[in-house]
Ligand binder design. Structure first.
Ligand code: ADP
Ligand code: AMP
Length: 218
């Protein structure tokens, strides 16, 4: 099962991908998480990526293409994967098509998380992430049991530097310009399924499971 989760920042791709990954037991690949780990480790790539990320811009295509190529060729991706936050530009989508072709892999579905800019601003300005295990919360919509502490590991929750309103708006603009055209790319291939991402977490998840039941029916 190879799935792409496509949609603006804050549409709930990561939240749903984590749940689905546990349910169907295929890895969740988040390009944002991979890049943040490079930043945390202060690698050369991380240093180059950081300024783009903090300004709300995409990092250069060749970086994410190479990171993706390496990641999807790892052993745990043999029975499939859910990729979230890639591709995000026409060049990335073309490179991904070629990667799958080279490896004789078939893309099952692209799930498009449709949501308004205002909802995204609400969600991202209240998002909190665990410094230790990466779990994601929201101060109102998905709050931890103890404020500031992760339910799963007790780690400290923090606000991402790019989850400030002016950067959120910039990221949405970048999405509209560079990523939205991919909806058409995958619709033409007959792979696209649209979700109303403004619905509550449980409802979106339920819909996702229904869609995938059809996607895997013989
Ligand atoms: P993305 O991976 O698309 O950037 P996230 O999954 O990190 O988005 O979700 C962004 C924020 O919105 C998080 O704080 C998350 O807890 C919250 N969230 C996710 N899905 C929903 C939903 N369906 N309703 C309300 N809040 C949500
Ligand atoms: P995310 O965690 O998906 O919100 O991504 C955080 C940031 O990482 C984005 O705003 C970009 O700067 C960068 N990023 C993540 N994925 C990509 C990608 N596929 N292409 C370019 N930049 C990316």
């Amino acid at each position: 099962m190879i799935l792409i989760f496509l949609g603006p920042p804050g549409s709930g791709k990561g939240t749903q991908a984590k749940r689905l990954s546990e349910r169907i037991r295929v890895p969740h690949i988040s390009l944002g998480d991979i890049l943040r780990e490079e930043v945390r480790l202060e690698t050369e790539l991380g240093r180059r990526a950081k300024e783009h990320m903090n300004a709300g811009r995409l990092v250069p295509d060749e970086m994410t293409i190479e990171l993706t190529r390496k990641r999807i060729r790892q052993e745990d991706c043999r029975s499939g994967f859910i990729i979230d936050g890639f591709p995000r530009s026409a060049a990335q989508a073309d490179a991904f098509d070629r990667m799958l072709e080279e490896d004789k892999l078939k893309l099952n579905r692209v799930i498009y998380f449709n949501i308004s800019e205002e909802a995204v601003v609400d969600r991202l300005s209240g998002r909190r992430s665990c410094r230790n295990c990466g779990a994601v919360y929201h101060v109102k919509f998905n709050s931890p049991k103890v404020p500031g502490k992760c339910d799963l590991c007790g780690g400290e929750l923090f606000q991402r530097p790019d989850d400030k309103e002016e950067v959120i708006r910039k990221r949405f603009e970048v999405y509209e310009k560079q990523t939205r055209p991919l909806i058409e790319h995958y619709a033409k291939k007959g792979k696209l399924v649209e979700m109303d991402a403004a619905k509550p977490i449980e409802e979106v998840f339920h819909k996702l499971l229904n869609v995938l039941a059809f996607a895997t029916a013989p």
